[in-house]
Design a binder for this molecule. Structure first.
Ligand code: SAM
Length: 222
C-alpha cells in the first residue's frame, strides 16, 4: 500500500506518533529532496531506505513504484514540508495506486494553508484553495476569477512576489478587501497580519518585512 505522510512545515515537533511509526515500518520512503528529508529522519532516528521522488522524475518512475506496491511493497511518500500532493508531488502516484486498486492512506498532519486560514480571522466555513498562481501567463485571468469568488480563497506565494501579488489582488478585489499574510508558520518568526489589502501593501512595502514562506488568505467578495 501507499502512505502519504505529512511532515513538519517548520517546527520539528509537528509530526504525529503514527507518522513516525509508519516511517520506521515501511520498506521504502520516497522523498522530494532526500537531503532535506535525511535531516528529519536522522532527528527521529529513522533509517528506512530513502529514494527521491520529485516533479522531475515522477512521470518516469510512478508506474514501476505502483508495480512494486502491487507485488506487496509498502511505501511512504513524504515531501519537503507539509502534506504530499498539496502543491507538492503526490497526485500522480496516488492516482496510479487508486487506478490499480492499491490502498492509499494519507495521515492527517501539517499543511500550511489550514493554520493560515483558521487563524486569519476570515470566514473559513467555505473556502477555495488556489495554491501557487502562475508566474506570468494566465496570472491576471486567475486573479480576476478569484476576486469574484463569494468565499475566502487561499494562495501560496513566494516572498519576492508578495508585494506584486498584493497589488494585483487590490486592483482586482478593491483596496478595502480584508486579507491575511501568514508568514513563517510554526517557526520562531511566525507572523500573521490581517488587514485591508491597502494596509498590507503599505506594511510589506518594506522588503525587510518580507522574508520566509508565505500563505495569503483573502476574504471573498461580499
Ligand atoms: N505541501 C505543503 C503543504 O502541505 O502546505 C506545501 C508545499 S509548497 C511547495 C511550499 C509553499 O507552502 C511555500 O511557498 C508557502 O507558500 C507555503 N508554506 C510552507 N510552509 C510554510 C510556513 N511554515 N509558513 C507559511 N507558508 C508556508
Amino acid at each position: 500500500m501507499l502512505y502519504l505522510i505529512p511532515t513538519p512545515i517548520g517546527n520539528l515537533e509537528d509530526i504525529t506518533l503514527r507518522a513516525l511509526r509508519i516511517l520506521k515500518e515501511v520498506g521504502l520512503i520516497l522523498a522530494e529532496d532526500t537531503r532535506t528529508s535525511k535531516k528529519l529522519l536522522a532527528h527521529y532516528e529513522i533509517d528506512t531506505p530513502l529514494r527521491s521522488y520529485h516533479a522531475h522524475n515522477e512521470h518516469a518512475v510512478t508506474a514501476s513504484l505502483a508495480s512494486q506496491m502491487e507485488a506487496g511493497a509498502t511505501i511512504a511518500l513524504i515531501s519537503d514540508a507539509g502534506t504530499p500532493g498539496i502543491s507538492d508531488p503526490g497526485f500522480l502516484l496516488a492516482r496510479e495506486c487508486v487506478r490499480r486498486g492499491i490502498r492509499v492512506e494519507c495521515l492527517p498532519g501539517p499543511t500550511a494553508f489550514v493554520p493560515a486560514l483558521a487563524a486569519s480571522g476570515l470566514p473559513c466555513d467555505k473556502f477555495h484553495f488556489e495554491g501557487f498562481l502562475p508566474h506570468k501567463k494566465g496570472r491576471a485571468t486567475r486573479i480576476e476569477y478569484l476576486a469574484a469568488l463569494p468565499y475566502t480563497f487561499v494562495l501560496y506565494e513566494s516572498p519576492h512576489r508578495l508585494l506584486k501579488c498584493l497589488n494585483q489582488l487590490a486592483e482586482a478585489c478593491g483596496p478595502e478587501r480584508q486579507a491575511c499574510v501568514a508568514r513563517e508558520l510554526t517557526k520562531i518568526h511566525e507572523e500573521l497580519r490581517t488587514d485591508t489589502l491597502e494596509a498590507l501593501i503599505t506594511y510589506y512595502s518594506d522588503p525587510a518585512r518580507v522574508k520566509g514562506e508565505i500563505v495569503v488568505v483573502v476574504e471573498g467578495k461580499k
